[in-house]
Design a protein around this ligand. Structure first.
Ligand code: HEM
Length: 241
């Protein structure tokens, strides 16, 4: 057990910050693949929704499982945020000194760090709104319910989240790889350049996937039945054929 006066605390806090960050990056990418199942059609997204409601173990949907995941993600997110805040410049003087330094150096990695701080601040406000909505209304997810939410103005939150989370996750992963020396990928300037290119490619891929996904939800959201509040029901569709 570490005593409060132990000098290793900052290292432990750093480790926890990195670990929670990594878990959040992996969650975000898996989450976007799950959400983008709508690109394969309503029934594909419906099956993914049912999976998260425990279809493997229960006969009837259990939306509380979604609330449980939302709560877990929120705890990870809160721990990660609180630990990250201590690294931010503190007050006007530190910010000014840092910005002057950054402009003078014109160093790509320093600019990326600023971008990460800014997107982190955006996420602090907007990710909480998204998580709270899903925590309170876990049954309100599905091909029609999600499309109705997005078409009803939810696309604004979706866009803000998409850009900030993908940029933040990409830069965060890049910095983790270099900081912990994973696979020797950041060992030289050349290797770092190559790694940055891969990370920019990944971020672009997830942004394009996210935008295509949002278009699909928006299109479905315009359908008459969805606008009238009719929930997606695969049995009703089968019966009508
Ligand atoms: C348990 C946690 C979460 C669940 C169950 C969840 C579920 C969903 C669902 C169902 C959608 C589709 C639209 C809708 O129904 O509103 C969506 C969209 C989105 N979520 Fe989450 N989400 C979770 C956590 C997060 C977190 C922590 C973030 C980022 C900080 C995030 C970022 C996004 C983004 C960017 C979109 C829009 C994707 C697009 O427009 O292509 N989500 N989420």
């Amino acid at each position: 057990m570490l005593a409060l006066s132990d000098k290793r605390w900052p290292a432990w806090l750093d480790l926890v910050q990195g670990l929670t960050g990594l878990l959040l990056v992996l969650f975000m990418w898996a989450h976007l693949f799950a959400v983008s199942s709508i690109l394969l059609g309503k029934s594909a997204m419906f099956r993914v929704t049912r999976f998260f409601e425990g279809s493997l173990f229960f006969d009837t949907p259990q939306p509380w499982l979604v609330s449980l995941v939302a709560l877990t993600i929120f705890v990870l997110f809160a721990v990660h945020t609180v630990l990250a805040i201590r690294k931010m410049p503190d007050g006007y003087r530190q910010w000014r000194a840092w910005l002057v330094h950054m402009r003078g150096m014109r160093h790509e990695e320093t600019t990326l760090w600023l971008l990460q701080v800014l997107t982190g601040l955006v996420l602090m406000f907007f990710a909480t709104a998204h998580l709270l909505e899903l925590f309170i209304h876990p049954a309100n997810i599905g091909p029609h319910a999600s499309s109705a939410r997005i078409a009803d103005g939810g696309w604004v939150l979706g866009l803000i989240l998409l850009f900030s989370v993908e940029v933040h996750a990409g830069i965060g992963l890049y910095r983790l790889i270099i900081k912990w020396g994973w696979f020797g990928l950041g060992d030289s300037v050349r290797k770092r350049q190559r790694l940055r290119r891969v990370v920019y490619g990944l971020v672009t891929f997830f942004l394009v996937l996210g935008l295509a996904t949002q278009q699909a939800y928006l299109r479905i959201g315009e359908e008459e039945a969805v606008r009238a509040g009719v929930r997606y029901d695969p049995t009703a569709i089968e019966a009508s054929h």
